[in-house]
Design a protein around this ligand. Structure first.
Ligand SMILES: [Zn+2]
Length: 507
């Protein structure tokens, strides 16, 4: 019995930004051949050996199109889709009281988890991203049924995603510097009493992880990863165990790293004589599978350790600005050889998951702290961070990140005449980063399948799903948000005191 030939699509004479080893971010004209799920050829039209279509191949005149690899969002939280627009710019430690309330959260109904995740996926695809590293989390706690719903929703939209189990076994008050001095005794006691013993949390977390890993297996574009949320949010034992398991299973180890000044202040007491990165190095947690979000408050020695380990830092410039977290040392990181990927962070600290916005912000934000314009981000570096480095950070470099034969056909097709972003066409790479906002996207392909056309999903009935989401989300939030706001307001003065103390010269 003969197997039927795989479907083929050939884009003729497309403008291509391949991010492959030969061309990097330099645009060129090429024929791009996709067969089944994979890219078969990216053939420079000025060279001999252009692909010849077989009978049945769909041939597209692509002379007015730009083809790029799908962007990779290397740090986000789909949970926060529910909380878009709820928060003004605030420091992380105050913001988190509303976006991740430490108490009093009713579980999100599984249908709402599904709908929320569909929104995250569609918004990502429209912003040019085909792969996500979703630090999924869930309050009051993750369940196998909940993460199964996340997997189903991502699969239904066709996007590629790595989803984490997110673990925390340190009470919230012990993640805040000066907590014993600024918080009332009853708040401290209640917070500490509410956290079960670490051994109990760990057993539950690693049992959940074993199940989540199994549940992810049937989905070709879903992978599971472990996320001990941040060094200050987990015990060393938890961190080491998660790192061991991630290595054993060949998974990404995800964490937040030195996002705020308060975390640096806290670390001085918790790891005397060492930085957090030095501590992670001593624990054996640093390694090529580690993707650490933020990485703002780092020392030159921290950068050396991160570079030597092969770890990736996921840079979230919009979230960092909204939460006033600080500025990642972009040039010093590149000089030291640290891998840098890009993330949107969640929709409560951004408030979108549009990766094209993140590219632009990355290219702009680092002109502020350094007058030497030769050290400012290059468009080629930004595009590399948003694709090749992101694919590695999300644990998908075997499938995606560039337009290279043998990799998956994860392709964003921009119509150069759909908007004025590429008019006049002077430099497609510069215009992609600085002028394009997603409105020129004609199609988005993942694994050789067109999943978005003309801004609309080809796979799900988005009008019906979005209408249902609006109703379900409002019902849930109307019952929850007032209490979360009361909690934030009651604790804000004490958190502010700790925040200002950490920022004071003596802090
Ligand atoms: Zn985050």
């Amino acid at each position: 019995m003969r197997t039927p030939p795989l479907p083929q699509t050939l884009w003729r004479n497309a403008l291509v930004i391949a991010l492959d080893e030969a061309h990097g971010a330099t645009p060129f004209r090429a024929d791009v051949l996709v067969e089944g799920a994979d890219i078969r050829a990216v053939a420079d039209v000025s060279l001999p050996g252009r692909p010849v279509p077989s009978p049945g191949t769909t041939v597209v005149d692509a002379s007015g199109l730009l083809l790029t690899p799908g962007l990779v969002n290397a740090h986000t939280h789909s949970w926060e889709i529910l909380l878009r627009g709820t928060s003004a710019p605030l420091p992380l430690e105050v913001w988190t009281l509303l976006s991740y309330p430490p108490t009093g959260v009713a579980p999100v109904p599984s249908r709402l988890v599904h709908l929320r995740t569909v929104v995250a996926a569609l918004e990502s695809l429209r912003g040019g991203a085909t792969t996500l590293l979703d630090d999924t989390g869930e309050l009051p706690g993750q369940t196998p049924a909940g993460i199964a719903e996340v997997f189903r929703a991502y699969d239904a939209t066709g996007i590629r995603a790595t989803c984490t189990g997110t673990g925390i076994d340190v009470p919230i008050v012990d993640r805040l510097p000066f907590a014993d001095e600024v918080l009332p005794a009853e708040v401290l006691a209640a917070s500490r009493d509410s956290m079960p013993p670490s051994a109990v949390v760990q057993e539950a977390f690693f049992a959940f992880s074993a199940e989540a890993r199994m549940l992810a297996r049937p989905y070709p574009r879903i992978r599971y990863a472990l996320s001990p949320s941040a060094p200050q949010r987990v015990t060393d034992e938890f961190l080491v165990r998660a790192a061991d398991q991630a290595r054993e299973h060949g998974e990404v180890l995800h964490t937040h790293l030195l996002e705020t000044k308060l975390q640096q202040t806290l670390a001085r007491g918790r790891y005397p004589g060492r930085t957090i990165v030095e501590h992670l190095d001593a624990l054996g947690v640093l390694g090529p599978n580690l993707t650490a979000a933020h990485g703002i408050w780092l020392t030159p020695h921290d950068l050396e350790l991160l570079a030597a380990s092969g770890a990736t830092v996921a840079h979230n410039p919009i979230s960092n600005l909204k939460l006033g977290s600080g500025t990642l040392p972009w040039r010093a990181m590149h000089d030291a050889g640290v891998r840098v990927a890009l993330g949107s962070d969640g929709a409560s600290s951004n408030d979108t998951m549009r990766m094209l916005d993140v590219l632009k912000q990355t290219a702009l934000a680092h002109t502020l702290g350094d007058p030497d314009y030769r050290r400012w981000p290059l468009v080629s570096e930004v595009l590399h961070a948003g694709t090749v480095a992101g694919a590695r950070a999300a644990g998908w470099s075997d499938r995606t990140g560039s337009l290279t034969p043998g990799l998956a056909a994860d392709i964003v097709v921009y119509d150069l005449a759909a908007t004025t972003a590429f008019t006049p066409l002077n430099d497609a790479a510069q215009q992609l980063v600085f002028a394009e906002n997603g409105a020129s996207i004609a199609e988005v392909w993942v694994d050789g399948r067109c999943v978005l056309r003309g801004g609309r999903s080809t796979l799900v009935d988005e009008d019906a799903l979005l209408a249902e989401f609006r109703a379900e989300a409002s019902a849930y939030l109307e019952a929850q948000l007032p209490e979360w706001r009361r909690l934030q307001e009651s604790l804000e003065p004490a958190i502010r005191e700790a925040y200002l103390r950490a920022w004071s010269p003596a802090g």
